[in-house]
Design a protein around this ligand. Structure first.
Ligand code: ADP
Ligand code: TZD
Ligand code: MG
Length: 592
């Protein structure tokens, strides 16, 4: 804390130097108020990238004992912050410089909002007077206006005495109700402002009950329970909202006590072990059209669930309702009916709602008809047996199945490890082949199917959970954040990256019909991504067989050293767009 002498009065100035010094006033500056406001709200880690006007803030954050993790590109710091929010239920903080740094972080802010992850993007900004008159300041931009359309809330603090309120509002906006991304604009001038220390301290706010419990009314509960009880072929669908809610034991009890088959969305895998007898993942295309009542817990009926209608759900045409009735548990009162009718919305936080549902179940419950659960089990076991045959093959060159069979074993042996996953085929095959055993262990491309989350997620997963991290990356996907390998080495994080190298986007076989350039989807053939890791002192391995991949992964986990394995995959093995070929405009043209 700085001490300053108040400005001398004219009378005092006239006094000789030797007279008694004026009383010293303790002050506190904007930098310190930001740090203290974050600290009293339990923020421990900041993900960012320094530069004017926040370089000193990054230094002082670190000096104050907060963890300041510095990245090579703001987008990756932003993705790290977003997933830190998902993993901890506290807003992940990303700190950037003005205009270009802010814009680099903005993608992640939009991603956080879209995925319902609590995150705060804090960006320094230039002189308001110059920005607003568009007089051409260094990195001039009206960042608040630019951020607004892609975030849940946006705030700007102009006076040091408002920092406490600004940060409190940002935290509440990020974590209350449906979590999301919040933008906080801190102009350069703010940091150097000083206020009287006691008043400054008193202006800080420790947010009380930032994400209040929210319970549906008794009538809504009754409606939902009666509908679920009436079902002949019920299904529970768990989404990443259920994983976020951290009420794992109650969700497990609800599934087990009702005896209803369940389907986890990608990031809900592991809420119950994927090997659970009620898990219907391997019978997805059977249970969705067949189910009569579906209980959605923290999952939206968006594109990932074919909008709750059409052929996926047994509808007669691509937009026809399949006839299912839906119960939807969601914190957002506007989510219900977004795609199809929701017969029983349960608006509330998942932890509260699931515990209310459990009370009803405990009061007496008849398990679903045996014909239904037997039919699901038969379908599932048939598909699992078919998959086992494919996984047992050992083709040369190695393909997605034979390599992911190794990853499947490694995760089974290390169920606490975090699994980061992005790519197209590298994503889809990993999701279906690699079983998860514990909640919130699988983090991936999320609602947008975005490439580039990889290394940012690895850093945050390692820092927030302290567990071994395993990243299964398409070679294209890896390229979006590959430079953060240096960050992983710099902080010496236990991250093992497996690049599924099939020489390109989806496949490595495309050709330019004119013969001039490489095709848009292909990369340098036989690239050695492992060398990138070696450049920064980590372990690089080139693996061409499942045995080599297994040994390299086991060594990485034993040593906890940053490791990158270049897994050489048959370049013909992938399919166009992975599992979402039907979304290609050219595919739509064919069906019309
Ligand atoms: P998935 O992609 O796994 O299907 P979505 O991201 O589509 O999941 O849906 C997550 C849903 O969970 C969102 O609609 C969000 O409002 C909701 N949600 C997030 N956290 C909670 C919570 N604590 N309580 C209730 N609903 C929540
Ligand atoms: N840019 C961004 C930010 N997100 C995207 N999803 C895409 C582009 C388009 N895209 C996909 O949807 S998957 C993918 C791209 C570029 C890469 C697929 O190649 P890969 O995986 O090497 O990562 P496979 O295993 O070769 O299929
Ligand atoms: Mg590829």
């Amino acid at each position: 804390m700085a001490t300053v002498t108040p400005p001398a009065t004219p009378a005092a100035q006239a006094m000789p130097q030797a007279s008694a010094p004026a009383a010293e006033v303790q002050t506190i500056d904007g930098f310190q108020l930001v740090i203290d406001a974050l600290k009293i709200n339990g923020i421990e880690t900041i993900y960012g990238l320094p530069g004017i006007p926040i370089t000193d803030l990054t230094r002082r954050l670190q000096a104050s004992g907060l963890r300041m993790l510095s990245f090579r590109h703001e987008q990756n710091a932003g993705y790290a912050a977003s997933i830190a929010g998902f993993l901890t239920q506290k807003p992940g903080i990303c700190l950037t410089v003005s205009a270009p740094g802010f814009l680099n972080g903005l993608n992640a802010l939009a991603h956080a909002t879209t995925n319902c992850f609590p995150m705060i993007l804090i960006s320094g900004s230039s002189e308001r007077e110059i920005v607003d008159l568009q007089q051409g300041d260094y990195e001039e931009m009206d960042q608040l206006a630019v951020a607004k359309p892609v975030c849940k809330a946006a705030f700007r603090v102009l006076h040091a005495e408002d920092i406490g309120v600004g940060i409190a509002r940002a935290i509440r906006a990020a974590v209350s109700g449906r979590p999301g991304g919040v933008y906080l604009d801190l102009p350069a001038k703010l940091f150097a402002q000083s206020v009287e220390a006691a008043a400054g301290k008193a202006s800080l706010i420790e947010v009380v009950d930032p994400a209040p419990a929210q319970l549906p009314g008794a009538d809504a509960m009754k409606r939902a329970v009666e509908l679920l009880k009436s079902a002949k072929k019920p299904l529970i669908l768990l989404g990443k909202g259920a994983a976020y809610a951290q009420c794992d034991a109650d969700i497990k009890a609800l599934v087990e006590k009702t005896g209803i088959p369940y389907l986890p969305m990608s990031m809900a895998k592991g809420l119950l072990p994927d090997t659970h007898e009620q898990c219907a993942s391997a019978a997805r295309s059977f249970v969705l059209p067949e189910a009569d009542v579906v209980l959605l817990i923290g999952a939206r009926l968006n594109w990932l669930l074919a909008h709750g209608k059409g052929k996926t759900w047994g509808g007669k045409s691509s937009k026809a309702w399949g006839g299912q009735k839906f119960i939807q548990v969601d914190i957002s009162p506007q989510e219900a009916d977004s795609n199809v009718r929701i017969d029983a919305p349960l608006v509330g936080d998942i932890a509260s709602v699931v515990s209310l549902l459990l009370k009803d179940v405990n009061a007496g419950w008849t398990k679903p008809p045996k014909e239904w659960t037997d039919a699901v089990a038969a379908k599932k076991n048939g598909n699992i047996a078919k998959m086992a045959e494919t996984l047992a093959k050992d083709p040369s060159p190695m393909n997605f199945h034979s390599s992911l069979n190794v990853v499947r074993d490694i995760i089974k042996a290390n169920p606490d490890a975090m699994l980061v996953n992005e790519g197209a085929n590298a994503l889809d095959f990993t999701r279906s082949i690699v079983d998860m055993y514990k909640p919130r262990k699988r983090i991936d491309v999320g609602t947008w199917g975005i490439m580039g989350i990889g290394m940012g997620y690895c850093v945050a997963a390692a820092v927030e959970t302290k567990q071994q991290v395993i990243a299964i990356e398409g070679d294209s996907a890896f390229g979006f954040s590959g430079m953060e390998v240096e960050t992983i080495c710099r902080y010496n994080l236990p991250v093992c990256i497996v690049v599924m190298n099939n020489n390109g986007v989806y496949k490595g076989t495309d050709k330019d019909p004119t013969g001039r350039d490489p095709a848009p989807t292909v990369f340098v053939k036989g690239a050695r991504y492992d060398k990138i890791m070696e450049a920064f002192g980590g372990v690089g391995v080139n693996a061409t067989t499942p045995a080599e991949l297994r040994k390299a992964m086991e060594d990485a986990i034993k040593s906890r050293k940053p490791t990158l394995i270049n897994a050489v995959i048959d370049e013909t093995a992938g399919t166009e767009s992975g599992r979402i070929t039907s979304l290609k405009p050219s595919a739509a043209k064919k069906t019309k």
